[in-house]
Design a protein around this ligand. Structure first.
Ligand SMILES: C[S@@+](CC[C@H](N)C(=O)[O-])C[C@H]1O[C@@H](n2cnc3c(N)ncnc32)[C@H](O)[C@@H]1O
Length: 347
């Protein structure tokens, strides 16, 4: 079953393989008739001859190798086949998953509980993953801690590459909201030339990093209360080369000193965000902008923003956008709010 054609093969480091291969696939650069192979450190991706220079210019070594013919079944079909000896799993295997570098995250239902080892092994083998984790209950608590079970492998730290940013984190310790990609992209596109920015809920640098790297901000104070997230924030600031712009701060954002100094404030937290508005209003300069995140019933977002900000300051809503659906009839929104005056408007 071997096709002994010689084809160009790009060498992609394993820890960034997931998103890079998806991107190359999306761009139509991969020879889909040949097979991707792997070893511990690299994935060997067959590239169409016309795109060799382009892939090299993306920073990947391209050599030559044998094109092994591709198993034409989808990964879902191959996973189902690998587990077909367990009839109880029929119909309950997830056909979607998330990659963080070479770690795969699955949502499993209760019927899978007895077969976690077999499931982990099958997904790892078919998807070429080093580790497979099951997302048990989503995120919870003040630190938005994930609840993950490692069902194959042991390495739980990896790097997610997104829009020119490297996010390193441990998937069992720190959340990553893949649904917030557009908002992270928006932070990258803001024009913050010369601004002082405060990220009150910095996490591992979700918004801080794209903003610091691309928006022209002069200074970003990135505050994070969870020491585990802070550890990755510091590392990611260094790895993304923004140490001269970002000052990571470990602690509660209510303890950030100073008033009237921020041109822009990011409030990337939901559900209890309104409790922190007085802190943001202490720090923001008049004329500055707050990116206020919260969850609202769909259709109530404008009224709720007015309910929260109206009694505290004079403001102008520059825009409100839906970040993602959160629950039935409830969405996560971000409101861009320009603070006109830090005193309440007369009603
Ligand atoms: C996980 S992020 C929210 C999601 C993120 N904005 C995104 O786009 O994926 C929120 C972070 O705020 C941190 N946090 C919660 N309360 C805080 C506080 N009072 N001061 C500083 N950080 C806080 C949590 O530890 C968490 O890391």
């Amino acid at each position: 079953m071997f096709d002994l054609r010689r084809v160009p093969i790009a060498k992609v480091p394993a820890d960034e393989a997931g998103p890079v291969i998806c991107r190359l696939m999306d761009l139509g650069r991969v020879d889909v008739h040949a097979k991707i192979s792997r070893d511990r450190e690299f994935r060997y991706v067959p590239i169409l001859p016309d795109f060799v220079d382009e892939v090299r210019s993306m920073g990947y070594e391209v050599g030559e190798g044998d094109a092994h013919t591709l198993d034409r079944r989808s990964p879902q079909e191959r996973i189902a086949h690998a587990l077909s000896h367990i009839p109880e799993l029929e119909g309950s295997l997830p056909d979607r998953w998330e990659f963080v570098g070479d770690i795969v995250i699955l949502k499993l239902d209760a019927s899978c509980e007895r077969y976690l080892d077999e499931i982990g092994e099958a997904y790892a083998k078919v998807l070429g993953a080093r580790t497979v984790c099951a997302d048990v209950h989503g995120v919870s608590g003040e630190f938005r801690r994930p609840s993950m079970r490692v069902i194959h492998g042991s390495e739980t730290e990896s790097v997610r590459l997104e829009n020119g940013i490297r996010y390193r984190f441990d998937v069992t310790k720190v959340m990553f909201a893949s649904g917030n990609t557009d908002e992270r992209m928006r932070m990258r596109r803001l024009d913050c030339a010369g601004e002082t920015v405060v990220d009150m809920f910095a996490g591992i640098g979700y918004f801080t990093l794209p903003l610091a790297k691309f928006s022209g901000a002069r200074r970003v104070f990135a505050c994070e209360k969870n020491p585990e997230s802070y550890h990755y924030l510091v590392r990611n600031v260094r790895d993304n080369g923004v140490g001269d712009v970002v000052l990571p701060m470990l602690g509660d954002n209510r303890s950030i000193p100073g008033s009237n100094f921020a041109d822009r404030i990011l409030m990337g937290y939901v559900q209890t965000t309104s409790e922190f508005i007085p802190v943001a209003l202490r720090m923001i300069r008049e004329g500055g902008t707050i990116h206020y995140h919260d969850t609202f019933y769909v259709g109530e977002q404008e009224r709720k923003v007015d309910e929260f900000f109206g009694p505290l300051c004079e403001y102008e809503v520059l825009g409100i956008r839906e970040v993602k659906s959160f629950a039935p009839s409830v969405s996560h929104y971000v409101a861009d709010i320009r603070i006109v005056s830090r005193s309440p408007r007369r009603r």
